[in-house]
Design a binder for this molecule. Structure first.
Ligand code: MG
Length: 294
């Protein structure tokens, strides 16, 4: 299933089921109890999965006639982001001088995990704020987001996929000057609207093999990133094992798995985004974001 959070002529936000072959969203309002969000659905998937699969006679809208929000406009908690998780990106990042305080092209020996605040989340087609008063160095990072279903602590890599509910697209948008200046990455990663998410939350069964997913981005139509999830340094099971070793993963948690080579600071000189630029991010079978810098 491809689930989404949308608003339409009858209000919202509400939960829908996308049929991307027919370009429609099927409205699940009557199927779910009043006020239930997509995050609630993920948290209680055992309760809702059968109901959604059996839903009949749903009202449909054209996907282009509704406003699509982030699947989880307010996620369960801060997003677990993974830095430096594709080899060629590690090299471009180290070479750029922005990898403060590390400045290293060496591959990490363990996953680099940092938070991105919930309040940075925005919709897959919303404008991204430029925050010109605090940053002049806007950059994009196309990433596969893993959505946790069943929570747990001490999850082994062998059981890891049993804890995955599904996937979404994340643009780990970044203010590079803040990332470098403040050493710790929270500020540079968490400005308001700097986490476009969606358009869909795709259930795990739709993705037979995550290694076959391509993660791509374009700036003003120019292809910038074209990576394969198979090239992750630390794969999805290892990330889940590492994070859950001492932190109990909760249903609805999101792990942004890292970005492939081709971000703005990988160029010499860096190619930062500016007002009016458009960033698009796509992952195989998960749709495509399109956000303009305001
Ligand atoms: Mg990132």
């Amino acid at each position: 299933m491809k689930l989404l959070t949308f608003s339409g002529e009858n209000g919202g936000p509400r939960v829908g089921l996308a049929d991307t072959e027919r370009d429609v969203v099927r409205d699940l309002t009557g199927t779910l109890p009043h006020g239930v969000t997509l995050l609630d659905v993920v948290r209680e998937w055992d309760v809702y999965e059968g109901k959604l699969a059996a839903a009949q006679g749903l009202v449909e809208y054209s996907l282009t006639a509704v406003t699509i929000h982030a699947p989880f406009p307010v996620p369960n908690r801060d997003i677990f982001c993974v830095g430096k998780n594709y080899r060629e990106h590690v090299v471009e990042f180290g070479r750029s001088g922005y990898d403060s305080p590390d400045r290293s092209e060496a591959l990490p020996e363990a996953p680099v995990v940092f938070p991105k605040m919930t309040t940075s989340v925005t919709g897959p087609y919303d404008d991204i704020e430029s925050h010109a008063a605090v940053t002049q160095e806007l950059d994009y990072e196309a990433e596969l987001g893993v959505i946790i279903g069943r929570g747990g602590r001490g999850i082994s890599r062998n059981e890891a996929f049993e804890h995955v509910w599904g996937y979404t697209i994340i643009d780990d948008f970044t203010a590079r000057d803040l990332q470098r200046k403040h050493k710790q990455w929270l500020l540079g990663k968490s400005l308001d609207t700097h986490c476009p998410m969606g358009p869909f939350a795709v259930t795990r069964d739709e993705v037979k093999n995550p290694d076959e997913l391509r993660v791509q981005s374009w700036v003003n139509g120019e292809l910038r990133q074209d990576g394969s999830v198979a090239d992750l340094i630390f794969d999805i099971p290892e990330l889940i094992e590492t994070i859950s070793a001492g932190i109990t993963l909760q249903p609805g948690d999101i792990i942004a798995t890292g970005t492939p080579v081709g971000v703005g600071i990988g160029f010499d000189p860096p190619r930062f985004m500016k007002s009016g630029d458009v960033i698009e991010v796509a992952i195989t079978g998960m749709g495509k974001q399109r956000n303009r810098i305001a």
